[in-house]
Design a protein around this ligand. Structure first.
Ligand SMILES: NC(=O)c1ccc[n+]([C@@H]2O[C@H](COP(=O)([O-])OP(=O)(O)OC[C@H]3O[C@@H](n4cnc5c(N)ncnc54)[C@H](OP(=O)(O)O)[C@@H]3O)[C@@H](O)[C@H]2O)c1
Length: 237
């Protein structure tokens, strides 16, 4: 049953046939369009990425943190701003710096742990970047989603990678749909991130099963496959 206190989560990725996601050696002229033009067709209140992926969009400057800011409480901060759509980053120790509180037309929200120094909160406040706490030492991704719903009214969140953030949400059972743009390329790079990087080893964890929602052939040789996640109680193939 749909949980109405947290957003519906759609993970969207461009992957090679061997599931890899770094595109540097794929040789496509306009590789951004395959991801972005399909992403734009998925209605969502926010896109959410991992810290590594967000560092492609955040400041290239290194800001020095003011040490003496213990007066800033470790409480969620919802900035006053006009945007209605959001760019969320899973950044447990506060490694992204910001020159502005926007990426394109989206307002930035940092999902942090309480391990971040107060000086980092001062940096975010100085740029009017919103932030939420998802745990003391580790992030509780379910709590992060619930706060995105309760504080920002998000009904649908699109998770745009990379592999580690996707894997974390998958392992926590928090993905409802997976949208894969399958590129006609075999990458083969051992150790390069894949669509889902959940954990080392085979252990006792069960793989996540999907049902096909739709399949479209796009850009001649690409496939856009949309899957619904089979929740645990529904499996039984
Ligand atoms: N093909 C595509 O569609 C696509 C889409 C997006 C990105 N990419 C590519 O993917 C690559 C980056 O992927 P990636 O897997 O290396 O990195 P990522 O998922 O973007 O970021 C990983 C980082 O996010 C934080 N994080 C993620 N899950 C967490 C959790 N549960 N708890 C705490 N922190 C968590 C950690 O930050 P800390 O290290 O700070 O703790 C972790 O190192 C880039 O090359 C990018 O270009 C491709």
């Amino acid at each position: 049953m749909l949980d109405t206190n947290k957003p519906y989560v759609i993970c969207h990725m461009l992957g090679s046939v061997d599931g890899r996601i770094k595109q540097d050696i794929w040789g496509f002229k306009d590789h951004h369009k395959y991801f972005e033009e399909t992403a734009e067709k998925i209605e969502a209140d926010a896109w959410l990425v991992g810290r590594v992926t967000m560092q492609e969009f955040s400041s290239k400057e290194t800001y020095s943190l003011e040490g003496d800011n213990d007066s800033i409480p470790k409480e969620d901060f919802v900035a006053e701003q006009e945007a209605k759509t959001y760019a969320v980053v899973i950044d447990p120790s506060g490694k992204c710096f910001w020159d502005t509180n926007m990426v394109s037309t989206e307002h930035v929200i940092e999902a942090l742990t309480e391990q971040v120094p107060s000086g980092y909160l001062a940096h975010l406040r100085s740029k009017n970047v919103s932030y939420i706490f998802g745990g003391k030492e580790e992030l509780d991704l379910d709590l992060v989603l619930r706060k995105l719903y309760s504080l920002f009214g998000m009904k649908t969140v699109r998770i745009d990678g990379g592999g580690h953030v996707n894997g974390s949400f998958l392992k926590a059972g928090l993905i409802d749909e997976f949208s894969l743009v399958l590129a006609p390329v075999a990458d083969g790079t051992i150790g390069s991130p894949t669509v889902f990087e959940a954990e080392e080893g085979y252990e006792n964890r069960k793989a996540t099963q999907f049902k096909i929602k739709s399949v479209d052939r796009i850009y001649d040789d690409f496939l856009w496959i949309r899957y619904l996640v089979v929740k645990e109680q529904e499996t039984g193939r």
